[in-house]
Design a protein around this ligand. Sequence first.
Ligand code: CAA
Ligand code: NAI
Length: 732
Amino acid sequence: MIVRRGSALCLREFRVSSSFKSSGRVSYELRGDIAVMTVSNAPVNALSLAIRQDLTACIKQFEEDDAAKAAVIVGEGKVFIAGADIREFKRPATEPHLPDVIDQIESCSKPVIAAIHGVALGGGLEVALGCHFRVGVPGAKVGLPEVHLGIIPGAGGTQRLPRLAGFEKALEMIPSGAPIGVEAAKTAGILDEVSEEADAVAAGLAFARSVIDNGTALRRSSEIAVPAVDPKVFADAKAAVTRRARGQRSPVACVEAIEIASQTSFADGMAKEREMFMELKTSAQHRALAHAFFSDRALSKLPEIEGIAARQLKSIGVIGGGTMGAGIATGALMNGLSVTLIERDDDALGRAKATIAKNTGGAVKKGKLSAEQEQRIFEEALVLSTDYASLSDVDLVVEAVFEDIEVKKQVFEKLDEVCKDGAVLATNTSYLDVNAIAAVTKRPQDVIGLHFFSPAHIMKLLEVVVADKTAPDVIATGFQLGKIMRKVAVRAGVCDGFIGNRILATYRAAADAIVVDASSPFEVDEVMLEFGFPMGPYAVSDLAGLDIGWATRKRKAPTRDPHERYFTFADRMCEQGWFGQKTGKGYYVYEEGARKGVPNPAVLEIVTEERKEKQINAKKLEKTQILARYMAAMVNEAAKVVEEGIALRPLDVDMTLIYGYGFPRWRGGPMQYADEVGLETILNNIKENAKEDAYFWQPAKLLEQLVATGRTFADLNAAQGNNSATKAHESA
Ligand code: CAA
Ligand code: NAI
């Protein structure tokens, strides 16, 4: 049935029944002699089963429709098509498969045009590549981001893109997953035209008209000969991505799939691509990366701020212009906020300004900030002052003075005096009690922790630390600040170290025990590098400065539990003035100005001395045992953090460790990793270690409950469609 535009039955919609619930539809509408097929599956027109079924039906309809001389495929809403429906990947693939739908489009005897607006990503771009022509509207982007989900394009992307754009472009776009704009896509040969029309339907109709009128021959990308290529480019590309991928399989697989296009026929290439895609789709790496994708989007979905508006955020104050204060000020200024920075004296202000200038200068060099923007920052947006009264009109203050509760309390008393009603008062403390800080003010409801990571203008993580009396709109404002500063904000509760530093303290303690009982800092670092961390824990300590941990240990010494094992090798290193990179010596020795060091052999002597004193007979641990013990400590503490409600859900822990501590994203974070390994295996490891050190290795109750009931951390995440941590614990 053909339906003319304007008639009462304007649209013919193909609704299909499917074996599982899947929304979405594709409509078929004849506009004169051009059929417009509109993919409609809010919010991003993902190619779920119903859409694939509808597309098949629409294409068949088009072939049989004598009144239709060309067809245009468009997407409804803000994008063309954002790719396959990732949620369906957990289930067995159901026909019609996307490659078959795309084959059907390409095999059409009449021209099919993709008219792209917003984004065409993954399977969405693959649909477009299967069309005979592609037109984009200004501002649109195209890309194949599958690599970030641990897979490769699975519907011809690796075979069609090199035919249209060449191997160099394919090797640039597919293993990186980075989308490109329409102009670049046109230059590369991916698009036939960048329309002047802002509206994709209008752009597609105009292009279709010219194809019909000019009798332009159909161009099937599968039939284009692959360009000649030197096989060395694949070897080079593989070497480069392997180095960067740190164990992630998909970037390498992307290169391999593109290489196949240079070696075999289109049909064979498609078969190989599909085989690789199906294999990766069931891999632990895909599960981990899909978990990270959805977790990213779940972080700010919190019942306590649902429907709550953030407070106004135009100007902020920063107290202290040291390492953190200057970094926070830089990040805020670079993202359009006005900043008033308070220091103790003019010299300190001068140093803070110089650090900010160094940071913005670096950003200008990297093209992240224009010279004009930098000028505006120093002429208009940044105010430097030693007078707290200058903060009388700011919307939010972040305190970043010394990590000393008495100093912080004094600062908050002053803030309480000078700040306007409704200003948010935040502390960047790493470990101190935000409730105690809030208690010195007359407005604890306005006080919150905003824990940035160093360097604060670069690191992605922001822990939003919610104290007992923090008001919901203050929490919403914390998340809003994160959004403005392009951070990944994670909600945390108050405890020593919040989510990240608390878990870090535990796995670092486990690492020290591994060193003294069995191994060396260098071997532990090597194991963690092989696991996928960018740096091992001891190289990280060298970078951060060993004096920081030393000061903390001294501070905590009076309250240390006598049952806790205490290791002295790090203190002895500090006593010698070895503070890591900044002194040229720590666990590693650094050549003048070098950021990578070589193992410091004297460390082993110090460790050996400690073993002798404590009469420890070091026994060799295999690398797998080192990893298992290190991860068991991390997961156990993480489970306690969830159990106590410090993290709302396991996914909050996972994202904290990924964005703040270098945990490999392709392993999904410690909780996702634990699910993959098996919670019982982790618990058994904890119990085994407890035989040697029962104080340290106390199993988390949550972990025991999950094992007893055969559940996983993923079950807890899923149980919190309502995001209620408490409910999940109760049911665990
Ligand atoms: N499948 C299922 N759901 C998806 C999805 C997809 N491909 N892409 C986005 N969504 C969901 C998100 O989870 C989110 O859901 P909630 O509202 O429930 O949280 C919603 O759509 C909106 O997404 P965003 O919050 O990310 O919206 P945005 O406007 O910030 O970004 C976007 C839109 C650029 C399209 C972004 O969502 C995105 O990059 N999506 C993923 C694209 C992708 O990876 N495509 C490849 C898929 S794999 C594939 O296609 C394989 C193949 O070869 C066949
Ligand atoms: P820092 O020592 O580099 O800077 C502190 C600054 O505060 C100094 O410049 C000092 O002059 C100033 N200051 C002290 N008292 C002041 C007062 N009353 N009024 C105004 N300015 C005052 O310290 P850093 O490293 O920047 O740490 C600051 C806070 O951030 C601490 O709470 C720390 O725990 C936290 N933090 C530090 C991280 C790091 O990696 N350095 C990471 C995350 C949080």
